[in-house]
Design a protein around this ligand. Structure first.
Ligand code: ADP
Ligand code: MG
Length: 752
């Protein structure tokens, strides 16, 4: 008999097509392959059949019994059904209950014998019953013989849909599995052996019909490993492709650097020095740096990155320094300006954002400049350090960050861009990062710019056609180790492990509604002492204006808005203090003025949306009050908190929330307890899962692999395996099947 091809559509089976195709479609199953790759969500253990008399409350158990009674009821609520059955064996009987599974009353008739596996629950009256047991009817004649033992085993329970149960799926999968063609193994034999993974054909079989739970687990491990392994191969390829590229070799003038550093208003921390040293080493060679620079909020990454840019400038090369928001770009510009003003011979630097441009000349004088003029200067190479938002360099695709959204800025042409610094890297997609680095030879010469408009990927950004820029990305949201080794696996890493000396731990407190008054009183006292406060709100507008509230989302209506809080605080609570507001609907100039006023102490209390989230650095601010704190992600809350405690004053973070949900508590608790960002990132990953943690733009990975991302050991395994394979055969010419699988994976996950 000829075997069933994997790609055969299920419609080709007349029996299946008529009966199930509608339901299969709902599950996204169209072919033999889809069906075989529809893995069980769990297994019921029918292998230990218990006597009804011996059942204990709370346990998960399997019994074999005969249906003595069964009936279907509808409750007063429409469409709500209960099936109740009495099951008996020779030791006694027990009730079984199913909600909203009326079909059970039709398959399980009085007199039938079946296995039932489920949880032993206790009713209000203290009576034991089985709730929602999985069941499998035992063939009546077979029972006489030894069929019981045969059916009493692990039974796969699948993700179901109404109309197609696990049992239905088993019925479909079993014969197809028996008759399918031999599957082509694509994981190299030695990888399977070294990592104790089952071969593909066996894995498919035992993931559906394991004889013991260990088998199911190894099969699962294999399938989770698959994508991680492919992902690691992609990393290895990227890394080696990048290694073939050439960057400018930038020698550091150590004596000059020492002078720069001695002019700083503080001593660099040991980690800052170490990180800087790692960068110096990277810049020195012609291999492009590809480094992630991570360190807790307030640990002082900016100054280190600025020093790297100064080193490049000193060697005659250009650097682009990009921030996710305009506010932040301006702040970095100020940091750099302050640094430059301390030098004897400042280098030419500029700020270029959607709303305008500024330049600092060699003599240290600052001037406004038209964007057009600045672009010309950048192209001519006279300006060495250019600070801006992401729009500065990325000309392609819609950007996910708010600073550039909706605005189409032309990209910038450079003369000799040697270093790209991206702040808060995790907010930008992996793809963007790769697009920035990949294939610099595709970047056209400036003369060709705009020939085809500015849509093609690199057409706007000129880089010497034989050089790629060194790349430094910074993140204050530390990336959990598993993700570091996978999604970010092709990066080198520098880490700041300590905060600058003298920082005090920020007192963090969840504020109950009845403590609000006290909290305002406290803020007033702090302001009287000369300190400043942030009040963060989840919304700008008070009503459903900017985000219409739907029935299910009525809570939005209760969310604090910047405008309302501003009214309340400035008019009723603190009429005598200087209160201002800041949000994304304001004009960039207004935002800048407000931010400057706050930085200069002209404002006591700043009511703001999340625009102050990342990086904003005001040493005199000691209070961060967050309204509707349950509406923000953990990493975001952590970032907010990092806005205070940046100077020598004791600082406070107040988390307000009207939600009493358990997960809200868990989240707020996590931030209360987190000692550092790393710990928090791990917790965040656990609570929210990698998809949300990274943002959807970050991965195109399927579920199994996403779960795999939480398994450090598996991640390490896949990394080692990929490294070995790649080292032996970098082009995979000896592993044709693997290569094919890798190409398919790239298409699937849009890595290309
Ligand atoms: P982040 O790492 O969060 O980006 P910043 O670079 O904004 O942190 O630095 C936070 C603050 O700490 C800034 O005001 C900066 O001037 C200051 N700072 C940086 N390094 C040191 C240091 N070694 N000692 C004291 N203060 C420092
Ligand atoms: Mg920062």
């Amino acid at each position: 008999m000829s075997k069933l091809p994997l790609e055969m559509p299920l419609d080709a089976f007349p029996g299946i097509a008529q009966k199930f195709s509608k339901y299969l479609k709902k599950l996204g199953i169209a072919s033999v392959r889809d069906l075989l790759w529809h893995f069980p969500a769990r297994y019921e253990d029918f292998s230990q059949v218990r006597r009804i008399l011996d059942l204990e409350p709370g346990e998960q158990a399997t019994i074999q019994g005969t249906v003595e009674e069964i009936n279907l009821r509808r409750t007063w609520r429409k469409n709500f059904t209960i099936v109740e059955a009495i099951i008996a064996d020779d030791s006694g009987n027990i009730r079984a209950v199913w909600f909203n599974q009326p079909y059970i009353a039709h398959t399980l008739r009085v007199g039938r014998t079946a296995n039932f596996a489920g949880k032993v629950s206790v009713s209000h009256e203290g009576e034991l019953y089985l709730s929602h047991p999985a069941h499998e009817i035992v063939n009546a004649q077979a029972t006489e013989q030894n069929e019981t033992r045969h059916t009493a085993r692990l039974v796969p329970i699948y993700p179901e849909t109404r109309g197609l149960t696990s049992k239905g799926l088993r019925f479909l999968i079993q014969p197809i599995l028996k008759n399918v063609e031999e599957l082509t193994e694509w994981i190299p034999q030695e990888v399977l052996e070294e990592n104790d993974l089952p071969e593909l054909n066996r894995a498919i079989e035992i993931i559906h019909f394991p004889s013991k739970i260990e088998d199911a687990l190894t099969a699962r491990k294999r399938f989770a490993f698959e994508d991680l392994f492919l992902l690691q191969l992609v990393n290895a390829e990227n890394k080696s492709a990048l290694a073939k590229e050439k960057a400018y070799a930038i020698k550091t003038d150590i004596e000059k650097l020492k002078t720069f550093i001695s002019r700083l208003p503080f001593e660099l921390t040991p980690s800052q020095k170490k990180s800087l040293w790692e960068m110096i080493k990277d810049l020195e060679g012609p291999d492009p740096m590809n480094r992630l620079f991570q360190g807790d909020v307030g640990s002082g990454k900016t100054v280190v990155a600025a020093l790297a840019a100064l080193i490049a400038a000193d060697a005659g090369h250009q650097s682009a320094f990009m921030a996710p928001t305009e506010i932040l770009a301006r702040q970095h510009y100020h940091t750099l300006k302050n640094l430059l003003l301390r030098l004897d011979t400042p280098t030419e630097a500029a700020l270029l954002t959607a709303s305008g441009a500024k330049i600092i000349y060699k003599d240290g004088l600052e001037a406004d400049i038209s964007k057009q003029k600045l672009r010309e200067a950048i192209k001519a190479g006279s300006v060495k350090i250019i600070i801006g938002t992401h729009a500065l360099i990325a000309s392609s695709g819609p950007s996910s960050n708010h600073a550039t959204a909706g605005k189409k800025e032309p990209g910038t042409a450079f003369k000799n861009l040697a270093l790209v610094i991206v702040d808060e890297q995790h907010r930008f997609g992996v793809k963007q990062r790769q697009a920035l680095l990949r294939d610099p030879n595709q970047r056209t010469h400036p003369n060709d710019t705009n020939k085809n408009g500015s849509n093609s990927r690199h057409s706007d950004t000129f880089v010497d056609s034989h050089r790629v820029p060194h790349f430094l990305s910074m993140s204050a949201t530390p990336i959990p180790r598993t993700l570091m080794l996978t999604i970010f696996g092709d990066l080198d890493i520098s880490t700041i492990t300590e905060l600058p000396a003298g920082r005090k731990e920020i007192v963090t407190k969840v504020v109950l509604p009845e403590e609000r008054k006290q909290t305002y009183q406290f803020i007033r006292e702090e302001v009287n002492r000369g300190r400043q406060a942030f009040v963060i709100c989840p919304r700008i507008e008070g009503s459903a204006k900017d985000e219409p509230a739907t029935g299910s989302d009525f809570r939005k209506l209760e969310l604090k808005s910047v405008k309302e809080e501003y009214e309340k605080l400035s008019k009723t609570i603190f009429p005598d203090l200087k209160v201002a507001m800041l949000h994304g609907q304001m004009k960039p100039k207004e935002k800048e003025k407000t931010m400057n006023d706050f930085a200069e102490g002209k404002i006591d209390i700043l009511v703001s949306t999340s625009v102050v989230e990342v990086g904003v650095d005001i040493k005199n601010a000691t209070i961060m009050m967050i309204e509707g704190s349950d509406r923000f992600g953990l990493a975001q809350l952590y970032q907010f908190r990092g806005r205070v405690g940046r100077g020598e004053h004791q600082s406070y973070c107040f988390l307000l929330s009207d939600s009493k949900g358990a997960s809200t508590k868990e989240r707020l608790q996590a931030i209360l307890e987190a000692k550092n960002g790393f710990e928090l990132a791990e917790k965040d990953l656990k609570i929210r899962g990698p998809g949300e943690f990274l943002g959807e733009s970050q991965t195109g990975l399927p579920d199994v692999a996403m779960r795999g991302l939480q398994d450090l050991q598996l991640v390490k395994m896949s990394r080692d395996a990929a490294a070995k394979v790649f080292a032996k055969d970098p082009t995979l010419k000896k592993s044709v099947v693997l290569k094919k699988e890798l190409e398919a994976f790239k298409r699937r996950t849009h890595f290309e």
